[in-house]
Write a new protein. Structure first.
Lengths: 144, 272
């Protein structure tokens, strides 16, 4: 009985993900967001964050930024029909990200940041799917 | 104490920020009593350590540093201890970033060859060789953005390869060696032409916290090495200086941080 319940849960979970979606796909979409920024001279960091998480779950990352650089952060997901949110907060919890007109799409989003001081900043983001219970995400950044 | 207080203040600010962001979608009730342990979100613990180029590019905007003067070159590894080799690998990659900034073709080629040698000693030559060859090709063409990208990729590939082999301690050593060399270069440039804008680039307590935490969870074998213990002590001293520099990193602190990093690098480079 318990096995049957677990098996059906596993099946529901498996069906809730797009076929072949992976964290690598999420990174590919993040890089699609990065492409127009590269044309503007941004240098893409090869290291990035990624994972799989429950749809709508907020995630938090701390990251060191240097005053004098402009940064762009690119959030991608391998899941369709998602809403992506990305904020960068300073030490006073004030959002400092600047909205962009580039690097936006159904499976990715971008923000720009001009850090007012050198130090650590907090990134808060989420990927909310209309159809899937869990989502693959990747967050990359670049500077110039 | 000051450090602990700062950590608490920062954590509170972060979590309040997180709670606020979360609450923006609904009610703001509960923000005042927010309990970090009950934070509804997920904290991603992984830290991406910035590459030296991120700081070098700001220094370039603030003046015209003579990067050739900062080049030290890389010597062949003298020993076979894997901890030392991983630290040395990080040092070499960071030296590569200095060579890119200096646009010194010969230095890049020398570093590229030494990167292959250290990778061979670490048993990860196959993973590194494609990147090292790309670095050498790009150096021939003077394609500096490509060289920078490949040095970044090399470091990432090596850390991933080490993690796959259950050598995550050594992966941390690569980052650590790179950070020490990059920071030494920054202190040298800032020290030669001090200004608050330049010295502010050394305010990185979060990264110090990260490295010290990583050392604290290393296996006994790695953590027990004299070199790692000396590095831990040195990083602790740097952290004290950075924790006391929220309003600006003084010229004296820049000199001291530089000396500590250089002493630690000497230990890494000359280890047998």
């Amino acid at each position: 009985m318990r096995f049957a319940r677990l098996a059906s849960l596993a099946l529901v979970f498996a069906l809730s993900l797009p076929v072949n979606a992976t964290v690598d796909d999420a990174h590919s979409y993040a890089m699609e967001a990065a492409a127009p920024f590269v044309d503007l001279g941004f240098i893409v960091r090869e290291d990035f964050w990624n994972g799989e998480v429950k749809s709508g779950q907020q995630l938090m990352i701390r990251h060191q930024l240097f005053k004098g650089n402009e940064y762009a952060f690119w959030l991608g997901t391998a899941n369709e029909n998602c809403k992506l949110d990305l904020q960068v907060l300073d030490a006073n919890a004030k959002p400092i990200q600047i909205a962009t007109k580039i690097g936006l799409g159904p499976t990715f989003t971008s923000v720009r940041v001009n850090p007012p001081a050198t130090g650590s900043y907090t990134l808060i983001f989420s990927v909310t799917s209309k159809t899937d219970t869990s989502v693959f995400w990747a967050l990359a950044y670049g500077w110039h | 104490m000051k450090s602990t207080l700062r950590t608490i203040v920062f954590s509170t600010v972060c979590t309040l920020g997180a709670a606020t962001a979360h609450a923006a979608e609904g009610s703001t009730a509960g923000v005042q009593n927010f309990d970090p342990a009950k934070f509804p979100g997920y904290v991603v613990e992984e830290v991406v350590v910035p590459v030296p180029s991120e700081i070098f590019s700001v220094l370039d905007k603030l003046g015209e540093p003579n990067w050739r003067q900062e080049l030290r070159g890389v010597d062949a590894a003298k020993g076979s201890d894997r901890t030392h080799l991983a630290l040395l690998f990080g040092n070499h990659v960071a030296e590569g970033f200095v060579a890119v900034q200096a646009q010194d073709k010969k230095a890049v080629e020398d570093i590229g060859r030494e990167v292959i040698a250290v990778a061979t000693s670490l048993g990860i030559k196959n993973a590194v060789l494609p990147h090292a060859n790309s670095i050498l090709d790009a150096a021939n063409k003077g394609d500096w953005p490509m060289i920078r990208k490949e040095f970044d990729l090399t470091q990432k590939t090596v850390r991933e390869e080490m993690a796959k082999r259950k050598d995550s301690d050594l992966a941390q050593c690569v980052s650590l060696g790179g950070w020490l060399r990059g920071t030494a270069a920054v202190t040298a440039v800032v020290g030669k032409n001090f200004s608050p804008d330049r010295s502010e680039l050394l305010f990185q307590p979060m990264l110090l916290e990260h490295f010290l935490k990583q050392i604290s969870i290393m296996s006994k074998g790695v953590k027990g090495s004299t070199t790692i213990q000396t590095i831990e002590k040195g990083l602790g001293q740097v952290k004290v200086l950075m924790d006391g520099s929220a309003s600006g990193v003084s010229q004296e602190s820049v000199t001291t941080i530089g000396k500590i990093c250089n002493d630690l690098l000497k230990l890494i480079v000359t280890a047998e």
